[in-house]
Write a protein that binds this ligand. Structure first.
Ligand SMILES: [Zn+2]
Length: 120
């Protein structure tokens, strides 16, 4: 078991157990020995853009970690996918107020407003 890095080194509360990304086996949080960071254009961090494009893989064994790394070697890194994820994160942060938008819809009918109503 390795405890030289991560939050537990500071004596914080143990984190939740991880799951092997290949077979789904539950790995206790204090015994994660097989992990790797791989390039992945679909990996978008929740808040920190510095971590975008990199995926943390966790495996239950060296064999499973090597197989996962091999799989990601063949996955193309698509810049457009990375940027789409970044844009989606920004849009998620700007939560619209549903009641406000509904009010706008009723006064401006599908975007054409009074000009369309006069013609109809
Ligand atoms: Zn596994």
């Amino acid at each position: 078991m390795r405890k030289d890095d991560g939050p537990q080194a500071d004596g914080e509360e143990p984190t939740e157990p991880e799951i092997c990304d290949l077979c789904g086996a539950v790995i206790p949080a204090d015994s994660i020995d097989w992990s790797a960071l791989v390039p992945d254009s679909s990996a978008i961090h929740t808040v920190e853009s510095n971590f975008d494009g990199r995926r943390m893989l966790v495996a239950c064994s060296q064999e499973h970690l090597e197989e996962l790394i091999e799989q990601y070697k063949h996955r193309p890194f698509v810049d457009a996918e990375l940027w789409a994820g970044k844009i989606a994160r920004v849009l998620r942060r700007q939560r619209p107020r549903p009641d406000h938008r509904a009010g706008e819809r009723s006064t401006v009918r599908d975007g054409c407003g009074s000009a369309c109503q006069g013609r109809a």
